[in-house]
Structures are given as structure tokens and as C-alpha cells.
Design a binder for this molecule. Structure first.
Ligand SMILES: [Zn+2]
Length: 330
């Protein structure tokens, strides 16, 4: 579960403002109740006194058992009185208890020494928002993937209908997303433009992030640009951060391989990223509009052998969905 540093920082800010709001609400309620029911202010003072006495007794007495029992009874009685007074005046019994969004971790983000579920939820919500912002494609999910756009007539070359093939691809991707773990395989999605590769990649990302994993999505062109900027325009401790983030995230999605401007630098970045992630056994999803032949002629053998030899390949068939959507105004 490795999210970006900025995601953690934002999540901590959210937790901190929850605690701050909780504290302010608690203080406001206490002021209101003390003003209306001064008896409760007195009870609270007595409760504070008993706590001090408990501490003193534990420290000074050799056998504090009897005294402690007395203090405990006194404490319970005061608390009961307080609850009764609150109830008689129309307040809920827990009106003066600490106010927090998550009672499990009291908005600290950790419970029993582990990350609390609320914290994981905040992290994944931020990561999902970031992903939607960075791709500009906010509505790609499994539920709105339209299998009915794929023709049922068998494809001439393979003899399989695009619909049948895409039902298998869809089922594989959905299962992959739901059962994703850092040990999941890398995927290679290939097929012509507009067959839903980006849609299914983002649908996978959405589910994987919701399950608490860190996902980064890049078009190949943007990834190269980011590493290029860092390598040639960044100095000091920040240098190397982008590459580490890209190679270290739980799942990297590299969209549209082949659409980038070809250069020796671009090829070496693609190789470094793919090779580092394979070496560290971290899954990557690569998608391309290129045919396997075009892929082999565009990239060196060291890149293609890694993708074709180590990735699970999924071929997309059909007619350009974007054209169909445009034609029928869907
Ligand atoms: Zn919590």
C-alpha cells in the first residue's frame, strides 16, 4: 500500500482538521452545558479530583486495593449522576464525550497499532480524485463498459466474435481488479484505437485504489516528459523522486505505448521503468494501439521481450467504440 507522499500529506491534513473540529465542538458543548447546568461543571471538577486521587493512591500506597475500589465506586456514581442530569435536560447521554468522526481511532488514523479503515478510505478517496483529475476521464468503470458495442459476427482473422472475445477480456480485467495484490501479473492490452483499453485500465485502477493500493496512471508520453524534466531540470534531494515513485507504486498503468515521440532517451526510459518493475515484481499494465509486428519494429528486442515474455497479453477486438458513440450520439 504505497501512495504518493502528497496523498499522505493531504490525508493527514484531513485527519488533523477532523480532530480540530471535534475539539471545538466538544468545547462548545461543554460551555453550553456548564452554563445551563452548573451542577455538571461541579461533577466534572469532582471527577478530575478523583482521577488525581487515584494517581496519588497508586503511587503512595503499598496495597492500594481497598482505597481504589472506593474511588472507582465514587467515580461511577458521579458519571451516572452526570448522565441522568443530561437526560433530564434533554441531552443525549454521550453529549459531553469526545467528538470524533471515527470512534475506532478517534481520528488519529491508527487503531491497535494498525492503519484504521477510515484512514485507508481517506487515502484511496484522494488517490481516486487525483487519478480522475490527471486523466480527465472520470466515468470509466466496469459498470458503464458497453459490451453490446462489440459485433457478434466472427472476426475474419481469428474466427472469434469480438463480443465473445471482449466478454472474456472484460471478465478477466474485473477479476484482476477485484483480486489485485502486489503479486498480480503485469498485463499487456493491445488492439486498435477506440476498443476500450483505456476505459478498462481506468476501471481496474478505480477498484484497485478503492481496495487501498497505490496506483499511478500515465500516458507514455507524459511519463517520459516527467522523467525528462526531472533528469535535466531538477537538482538536489528531489532528483530521482519521480522515477522512484513510478517504479515503486503498487500498480503502474502505462497508456498508449507507441504514441510517444521516438528517441533513444524515450526508449531507455521505457526500458528502465518496465525492467525495474519486473525486477521488483511489481505489476504494470501497458496498453498500445500498435500491432505486435509494429511493436517489434518500433522497440528494441530488450523491451519487447520483457513485455511479450513476462506480461499476460489481452487482445482487444471490435470496431472503434468512439466512432459508434459519435454516430449514434451515445
Ligand atoms: Zn478510524
Amino acid at each position: 500500500m504505497s501512495f504518493d507522499k502528497q496523498v499522505y500529506e493531504k490525508a493527514h491534513r484531513i485527519l488533523s482538521s477532523r480532530r480540530q473540529r471535534g475539539k471545538q465542538t466538544g468545547e462548545r458543548r461543554r460551555e453550553e452545558v456548564y452554563h445551563k447546568l452548573p451542577q455538571i461543571a461541579r461533577i466534572d471538577r469532582e471527577l478530575a479530583q478523583t482521577s488525581i486521587q487515584v494517581a496519588k493512591t497508586v503511587l503512595s500506597e503499598k496495597q492500594p486495593g481497598g482505597l481504589l475500589d472506593g474511588l472507582r465506586r465514587q467515580n461511577l456514581q458521579l458519571q451516572r449522576q452526570k448522565r441522568e442530569l443530561l437526560a433530564q435536560n434533554g441531552y443525549p447521554a454521550d453529549y459531553l464525550e469526545p467528538v470524533c468522526v471515527c470512534p475506532l481511532c478517534r481520528d488519529t488514523g491508527y487503531a491497535d497499532g494498525k492503519r484504521c479503515g477510515c484512514f485507508v478510505k481517506i487515502l484511496s478517496d484522494i488517490a481516486r480524485e487525483n487519478l480522475k483529475g490527471s486523466t480527465g476521464l472520470s466515468d470509466c468503470s466496469f459498470s458503464n463498459f458497453r459490451l453490446d458495442f462489440y459485433p457478434t459476427e466472427p472476426d475474419r482473422a481469428s474466427g472469434v466474435s469480438p463480443r465473445e472475445k471482449m466478454e472474456q477480456v472484460y471478465a478477466y480485467c474485473r477479476d484482476y481488479a477485484q483480486t489485485f495484490s502486489p503479486a498480480s501479473p503485469s498485463l499487456f492490452l493491445y488492439g486498435a484505437t477506440g476498443l476500450g483499453k483505456t476505459h478498462l485500465s481506468l476501471a481496474i485502477a478505480d477498484v484497485v485504489i478503492a481496495n487501498g493500493f497505490g496506483v499511478l496512471y500515465y500516458s507514455t508520453q507524459d511519463l517520459i516528459r516527467e522523467i525528462e524534466t526531472e533528469r535535466f531540470h531538477t537538482a538536489g534531494p528531489e532528483r530521482g523522486g519521480a522515477f522512484a515513485r513510478i517504479t515503486g507504486c503498487d500498480l503502474l498503468i502505462l497508456d498508449d505505448l507507441g504514441a510517444e515521440f521516438t528517441s533513444p532517451f524515450a526508449s531507455s526510459v521505457i526500458y528502465d521503468v518496465i525492467n525495474s518493475r519486473l525486477g521488483a515484481r511489481r505489476p504494470t499494465i501497458v496498453s498500445t494501439n500498435l500491432t505486435l509486428k509494429e511493436l517489434e519494429s518500433k522497440y528494441s528486442q530488450r523491451i519487447t521481450s520483457r513485455i511479450l515474455g513476462h506480461y499476460k497479453d489481452l487482445r482487444f477486438l471490435g470496431s472503434d467504440i468512439r466512432m459508434i458513440k459519435k454516430k449514434y450520439r451515445l
